[in-house]
Design a protein around this ligand. Sequence first.
Ligand code: IMP
Length: 207
Amino acid sequence: MSRPITSPLVIATHNPGKLREMRELLAPFGIEARSAGELGLPEPEETGTTFAENAAIKARAAAEATGLPAFADDSGLCVHALDGAPGIFSARWAGPTKNFSGAMARIAGELDRRGITEADRRAHFVSALVVAWPDGHEELFEGRVFGRLVPPRGSLGFGYDPIFQPDGHDRTFGEMPSEEKHGLTDTPLSHRARAFAALAAQCLRRG
Ligand code: IMP
């Protein structure tokens, strides 16, 4: 087993959608979680070139600022016909006003311009989870979910959920309640739930 996670744990995110999902995933393990937002921590600049580097930057900054173990996710949508864009820039494509309708329309526009047919609109979500301890120890776990892009459907979830239909399902993430998006009652489905399952197997014990 890797180093076990103990309470309290800082969730190093200012994104309310991610915070809610991380709390749901941590709940069965009895871990007391505080968010970077609640603790008034600044958001570090994400200067990494990979999801894993950016997750480590966020987790490390929160662990150093609080003296507590900290947990961060860096994630995004990689569109295969767009060479993996928006990828690590997924949040930035929505701009400062977090306009995800605009970001989803931009993806559709780029795919139309390149003449990519519906059947070829392949994409995957990636989640890199890093737990950083104040003494410098770190653990990294990654998860991916593959699927295809469709015109937006559903208003559940957040970000790019309405356009992503995971393989083997006929609904988008935007149409799935969170238990279904994460596969909490079955096998993990979302990228974040898959990364989290690997983390839980190594660093958590059911409370
Ligand atoms: P960051 O990891 O905070 O840089 O931002 C990741 C961005 O990727 C989010 O703002 C969303 O736009 C997108 N994203 C990550 N995970 C999901 C998800 O589960 N559903 C929809 N969009 C997501």
